[in-house]
Design a protein around this ligand. Structure first.
Ligand code: FE2
Length: 207
């Protein structure tokens, strides 16, 4: 059936999600893995105390490379989101080391504009056992418009309230900080290692 030629369409309230594989990630990841595991050995509850740290302050060149990539991704995201100005922001990052059984409960990142994760080590997950509904190592994002799927119809793009991705080492994900997400348990004996960050808009003081 042809659509009326003068009909106009506009998608409202977009939720933009970005992913990319960072060039050079293979070399960087082996260095970062060693660095982060050592940091985890030296600090108590490194993954839990995410607000107390900014791994981007570490002077190691591999960390500097990653920080630059994250800043670039935020700027690219801003262009795609339609901003016609360069946003002024800081990035703050923390380390996630999920050993066997570890996961991150449903949450979002208050007081930030964009949030992202770079995947340093993503171990292969063991084959599913008696449960076929597990998604070890994956991350799920949930439709921020509460219960909108209740009135969705198949094919309209609003049917599934959960978007799930199994990241690859070297991938960077970026999303609006209000978006709720859940990191599924790591069922591998090897650690699942990532670095998450917030892009926080800088406040301009009144002069
Ligand atoms: Fe998170």
């Amino acid at each position: 059936m042809a659509v009326a030629p003068d009909a106009q369409f506009q998608r409202l309230w977009p939720t933009l999600f970005m992913s990319l594989v960072l060039p050079g990630s293979e070399n960087a990841n082996s260095v970062l893995t060693e660095l982060l595991l050592q940091a985890d050995d030296e600090a108590e509850d490194l993954t839990v105390r995410y607000l107390d740290q900014d791994i981007f302050q570490n002077p190691h060149p591999a960390v500097g490379w990653l920080r630059q990539c994250c800043v670039r991704a935020v700027l690219d995201y801003a262009v795609e989101a339609g901003l016609d100005y360069r946003p002024d922001f800081d990035v703050q990052a923390w380390v996630n080391i999920n050993r066997r059984g570890d996961y991150h409960n449903l949450h979002n990142h208050p007081h930030a504009w964009l949030s992202g994760t770079y995947y340093v080590a993503m171990p292969e997950q063991p084959p599913a056992g008696h449960r076929t509904d597990l998604n070890p190592g994956a991350i799920s994002f949930f439709d921020p418009r509460a219960q909108v799927n209740m009135t969705a119809v198949r094919g309209d793009g609003q049917f599934d309230p959960e978007i799930r991705r199994l990241p690859k080492a070297g991938e960077l994900f970026l999303w609006p900080s209000f978006l709720h997400h859940f990191v599924h348990p790591n069922l591998s004996d090897s650690p699942r290692i990532s670095i998450s960050f917030n892009a926080v808009l800088r406040r301009k003081e009144l002069s």
